[in-house]
Design a protein around this ligand. Structure first.
Ligand SMILES: *Cc1c(COP(=O)(O)O)cnc(C)c1O
Length: 391
């Protein structure tokens, strides 16, 4: 008999009842060190006092009105995002894949309104992940996500990851945009080299295309900059953000330049819940913390510490691990054994990690993780790896 919860996830046996900082607790008191952070969502850890305060204060005042009216919390968050990024304008969603939907619509509408309606194709890359909506799975294109779901939304051209020649050859007069994650998350913590991202920007400029960055996983301080593309000096035309921006409350957004967003006039897009007072109050509280340069400097310092310890872990278990990769506090351990085995061995040591594609175990801890917790986490991963060593 089918379970009452639709069985689309194979779940680990833990049931967490509370969380504080980098720790999750089960009903019997068993505590896990959380290097998964709800898949890079709990950017400030669990039950961060400023987020609890923002949410509960707002909850006592007003939950929902509608985008038919002015929403001051939404206005404030949009202003903050515009002040702190390339963007001129922001639309709020409840998730990453809804942000993908709008990014696709916005890019196509931009060219439609410029009397180039034939420009509908968006170039995407192997290993990409843009969520599970119809546009999201069509954009990513992997059979794992699309098989059995009928006619796919058309207009996506899938290319090998980081292959400049294939890219140049694929651009036609139907191309409207290139969509890419600066660091692939689900794809296995695969960073696009900085030079390649700059190359994409150049190609877009040369051919008059829009560059869409998916920073749903790598954004909001995770790499030590507010947004990962800031390391390269280039800016996108459109950017998808979610996960960390809500710190655990469902919140996403699309940031865009005025030019890219030019087609999105009144009535062209909408959302019942997107930009509601609760989510935006929390989003503002997240940004208060994450836009502080001292906070971002700390992320980079701690990322260096974690990376250094992970290099030691890999060196100590050459039969289990191959390499450390990634950027900031978005790191991957490429494994020689099944990554699921590493994750499960970690559970036995009460440390949480997340499997990804390409034989990788992901470490995306709260950005607030302490030095002591980093040391403890790697100690636990070391114990986990020891149980997997074949030698
Ligand atoms: C998680 C993720 C998404 C989808 O976000 P949802 O909130 O699950 O819809 C899209 N893109 C990237 C890069 C992601 O990591």
């Amino acid at each position: 008999m089918i379970s009452s919860v639709l069985p689309t996830y194979s779940r680990a046996p833990m049931t967490f009842v509370s969380g504080a900082g980098s720790w999750l607790t089960e009903a019997d008191g068993r505590r896990f060190l959380d290097l998964g952070a709800g898949i890079a969502v709990n950017a400030l850890g669990h039950a961060h006092p400023a987020l609890v305060e923002a949410l509960t204060t707002q909850a006592g005042q007003l939950w929902h009105t509608s985008n038919l009216y002015q929403i001051p919390q939404q206005q404030a968050l949009a202003d903050r995002l515009v002040e702190n990024s390339f963007a001129d304008t922001v639309f709020f969603t409840n998730s990453g894949t809804e942000a993908c939907e709008l990014a696709v619509k916005m890019a196509r509408k931009h060219f439609y309104d410029k009397e180039q309606p034939e420009r509908v194709e968006i170039i995407t890359f192997d290993g990409a992940f843009h969520g599970r909506s119809a546009a999201g799975i069509a954009a990513a294109g992997s059979e794992k996500m699309t098989k059995g779901f009928g006619p796919l939304l058309g207009g996506f051209v899938h290319l090998p990851f980081d292959d400049q020649d294939a890219l140049t050859a694929a651009i036609t007069d139907k191309t409207c945009a290139i969509m890419v994650e600066p660091i692939q998350g689900e794809g296995g913590i695969r960073p696009l080299p900085d030079a390649s991202l700059r190359g994409l920007r150049d190609l877009c400029d040369t051919h008059g295309l829009l560059l869409i960055l998916d920073e749903v996983q790598c954004g909001v301080g995770r790499t030590g900059k507010l947004f990962a593309h800031e390391w390269t000096g280039i800016t996108p035309d459109i950017m998808m953000v979610a996960k960390g921006i809500g710190g655990g409350f469902p919140l996403g957004c699309v940031l865009a330049t005025e030019n890219a967003a030019s087609g999105m006039t009144a009535g062209t897009h909408g959302s019942t819940y997107g930009g509601n007072p609760l989510g935006c109050a929390v989003g503002c509280a997240v940004l208060d913390v994450v836009t502080d340069p001292a906070f971002l400097t700390e992320v980079t310092r701690k990322a260096g510490l974690l990376r250094q310890k992970l290099e030691g872990l890999v060196a100590g278990h050459p039969d289990v691990f191959e390499e450390v990769r990634g950027s900031g506090l978005m790191l991957g351990l490429k494994c020689k054994v099944a990554p699921g085995d590493v994750v499960n061995a970690g559970y036995a040591q009460e440390v949480i990690t997340v499997p990804a594609a390409d034989q990788v175990v992901r470490l995306v801890p709260p950005l607030t993780i302490s030095d002591d917790e980093i040391a403890e986490a790697v100690k636990r991963l070391d114990a986990a790896a020891a149980t997997l060593s074949t030698s």
